[in-house]
Design a protein around this ligand. Sequence first.
Ligand code: PAF
Length: 251
Amino acid sequence: MRIFTSITQWQAFRATVKAGPLGFVPTMGALHRGHMSLVEACRKQNAFTVVSVFVNPKQFDDGRDFEAYPSDHGQDLGRLKQAGVNAVLLPDSAQIYADGYRFRVTESEFSQRLCGAHRPGHFDGVLTVVMRLLNLVRPDNAYFGEKDYQQLQLIRDMAAAFFMPVNIIACATVREADGLAMSSRNQRLDTGQREKAAVLYAALKQSESATQARDTLIRQGFEVDYVEDIADRRLAAARLGNTRLIDNVQI
Ligand code: PAF
């Protein structure tokens, strides 16, 4: 497995990769089984698999959340090597944002709702970094989890709007035994919060309406950002203490 911390060295290497199709899994590290399911799908469907690990500062609306974001490069690299990944990009912020973030991608409608309404600038940060990473990696296929459903839709729409030559592939949410969606942020829950966290999925799935799900969550001590039904999905974000959890189910 080749590891690149330098974008220039990665670009020189990328020009030599002739094997195709090339698949890409962008991540912010602290890899769990959810990420590894994306890597597995990518490995199965592509001749060459690239993973990036970059905690993107521009998508955090809250500096404390950025500082507290878990990171363990040693463990991540071990997992990726074992999974048979061909190349890993570990760029730093100075290289990704050499322009000082003067140029960015903004979506003006769907990104303003749901998570976007509660996290100003979040989706500008996500779309901008994904655009930059896709331009660097030039994959045939790129893999994203359905857990971040709004993100997935926005990335799909961005790829279509800019005629980007990449297939955006959605992978199902991976859950703990009690239904909690896998997330790097779950590590921050204390024992009591961890037990309660499974209520999020149960409430979304079992409630007859978004309002009923919201009421259940509030009763159980969640601070609810939103619960909304959009088309065939019920989406929610809610906090337990300082930890913000998101999830969505098909309805
Ligand atoms: O879903 C994530 O982990 C991030 O939002 C992504 C797509 C890697 C962009 O930083």
